[in-house]
Design a protein around this ligand. Structure first.
Ligand SMILES: Cc1cc2nc3c(=O)[nH]c(=O)nc-3n(C[C@H](O)[C@H](O)[C@H](O)COP(=O)(O)OP(=O)(O)OC[C@H]3O[C@@H](n4cnc5c(N)ncnc54)[C@H](O)[C@@H]3O)c2cc1C
Length: 307
């Protein structure tokens, strides 16, 4: 099992571009917008799950390697170094390469990965689909970055996580996002399900030992738990066969969590409606200021992109 670490080229906490995204609005509006307004062929206004290129084959053929050259300007290329079933339904994928030595990453940030579409390769000139994954571990010196991909069933991302093998090329955008630690927090509260455990693990590893942490991590079964740093300080909840979508188990466990009287900073991620419910527990029931709750919806039934 590989615990998360972030070594080297970490984005400075005071860097304005990487300030945490604070939940001022409902997760179903602003937080679903792309965080990075920069446009490129891998993002534009399409969202992460849209094809990167939709040119028909004939035109793509005429343009030769133009598409690839354009994409290469905006993506990092590495290769899979190793894979590991790190929990019952979670695949850890280590990506390495010279280009990764130049990256910066702050714990909690994510990358957008080009994964094969349902045909397993380019479809009608497309070169893949974009899926977003949090960085579990990053080592700039070694040029290595680990992702953990939930095997929830069928979907281009889950399929890629299950089937990719050492030696496969991986193309992705540099780490980005503001779901990161607030350095001025008196204490931190981490809340989420399986997929949220990935950034929460990276963030937990970065909290200084003398700063208190609390948290509630919900999984379908104990076997789905990731090896999180400071796990003895966290509370675990098992939802069994219930869906992770609109879960009551996670908000209920958060409701029971003993916390100091004064608010700290909470980080809530995972399924969108559950994120909303968990935030309501802190803001509406416990009276925390909205700015003290940082949220990031990752997925929800029927949607193929939340970023
Ligand atoms: C900022 C951010 C960070 C993320 N980090 C991670 C991460 O570290 N690890 C990770 O695994 N995912 C993460 N995700 C989610 C990821 O981007 C994909 O949405 C997810 O892998 C599903 O992609 P897919 O192609 O397999 O399925 P899609 O084709 O995109 O989705 C099809 C359907 O599958 C279902 N589904 C999707 N995800 C889940 C799930 N987790 N559990 C149950 N059902 C699901 C939904 O009903 C969805 O409509 C993150 C998303 C965001 C926005």
């Amino acid at each position: 099992m590989t615990a998360p670490t972030h070594k080297g080229h970490e984005t400075a906490p005071h860097d304005a571009e990487h300030r945490p995204q604070v939940a001022e609005r409902d997760p179903h509006d602003a937080e679903h917008q792309p965080q990075n307004a920069q446009r490129d062929p891998g993002d534009a206004e399409h969202g992460p799950h849209d094809p990167v290129c939709t040119e028909p084959p004939s035109r793509a053929a005429r343009s030769g390697g133009l598409t690839r050259r354009l994409v290469d300007r905006f993506v990092v290329t590495g290769s899979v170094l190793e894979t590991e079933r790190i929990a019952a339904r979670m695949n850890r994928i280590r990506i390495g390469g010279e280009a990764l030595r130049k990256l910066s990453s702050s714990p909690g940030q994510q990358v957008r990965v080009l994964v094969p579409d349902e045909s397993g390769r380019g479809l009608r000139g497309r070169i893949g689909e974009l899926r977003t994954y949090s960085v579990w571990s990053f080592d700039a010196t070694a040029g290595e970055l680990d992702l953990c991909v939930m095997d929830h069933g069928e979907g281009p991302g889950a399929r890629w996580g299950r089937t990719t093998r050492p030696g496969d090329e991986v193309r992705f955008r540099a780490p980005e996002g503001s779901f990161t630690l607030r350095q001025d927090a008196p204490y931190h509260v981490f809340v989420g399900e399986e997929t949220a455990s990935v950034p929460l693990g990276a963030m937990l590893a970065a909290v200084p030992d003398d700063v208190r942490v609390y948290g509630v991590v919900e999984t379908a079964a104990e076997a789905d738990r990731l090896p999180l740093p400071r796990s003895a300080e966290l509370t675990y909840a098992v939802r069994g066969n219930a869906s992770a979508a609109s879960s009551q188990v996670l908000p209920d466990a958060l409701r029971r969590l003993e916390l100091p009287d004064e608010p700290g900073v909470a980080y809530i991620a995972g399924e969108a409606r559950t994120v909303q419910r968990a935030r309501a527990v802190l803001v509406e029931e416990r009276g925390w200021p909205r700015r003290s709750v940082v949220t990031k919806p990752f997925w929800t039934p029927g949607r193929t992109g939340m970023d």
